[in-house]
Design a protein around this ligand. Sequence first.
Ligand SMILES: C[S@@+](CC[C@H](N)C(=O)[O-])C[C@H]1O[C@@H](n2cnc3c(N)ncnc32)[C@H](O)[C@@H]1O
Length: 295
Amino acid sequence: MSEVIAPESGSSIDAIENHYGTGNDYFALWLGKTMAYSCALWDDNNPDQSLDDAQLAKIIHHCDESHARNSQRVLDIGCGWGGVMQHLVDHYNVKSVTGLTLSESQKDWVNNGTEKRIESRLESWKDHQPDAPYDAIISIGAFEHFAKLGMSSEEKIAAYREFFLKCHAWLGSRGWMSLQTVAYGNSLTEDFDEFISSEIFQETDTPKLHEIAAGCERLFEVVRLRNDRDHYRRTLRMWYTNLRARRDDAVRMKGEEEVKRFERYLRLMAYMFEVGGLDLHRITLRKIDQPKSSA
Ligand SMILES: C[S@@+](CC[C@H](N)C(=O)[O-])C[C@H]1O[C@@H](n2cnc3c(N)ncnc32)[C@H](O)[C@@H]1O
């Protein structure tokens, strides 16, 4: 692999706060009980399934795929409002979960609880220095922030490699990792409305599948990969419906223009998943203990 140095690669703390700091109470209006802000796992045979039920199924999927049950230490990279962390300690007998986020309001939401087995840190994975190995790693909906628009494919791969090298170093022998990310599907960067990159997710570029594969090759074996792009269409539609149902409250909190912006973003993204411009990958990875060097 060529030696490309990743520049200041991912979204900055300001770019993250610009979106996720919109307000915990605002997101709580439409995300549902789990506060999960990522694609749910839907039962394709059940058109009446609730969002909360599908979000729980997603959480269970990642807890299972990361083999976290009965673990001492689990890391959640991009932990959001902590739904996975809470589930791990409540239902998977995990002793301690560390979550990383770049959003102060998310960190406070998690740490304001009385739960001592989970801790959210305002810290990028780039700066994380654990004092002991992890038994399992979960990362849902954060990988999209690890590169930004304008980076070449080689630079993106270098940034993803840096991420996977760290995860590899932090995991115990043959450890498991469960990753979920949006990726480009049948689309090019220019197919996307600039509105998303300038007003919603600044300093962000989603990966292409081959870039994820190049980032993790000879570090992790890919055990399973599923593309659930229609699940994200369904999730975004539900968020949109929920926001519309609580529109008066949302406007009182954030004002008409901000709510319109969110409505437009949720509709646009749902469309991109519907037509296959975006994919949603859930990837189960297992650490290769002795990676071969290309040198
Ligand atoms: C779309 S949210 C997903 C949150 C959560 N995993 C979920 O499914 O609800 C993306 C998360 O990634 C975090 N994030 C983005 N870049 C990060 C970085 N470099 N280090 C740690 N967390 C990061 C954000 O702060 C946010 O918590």
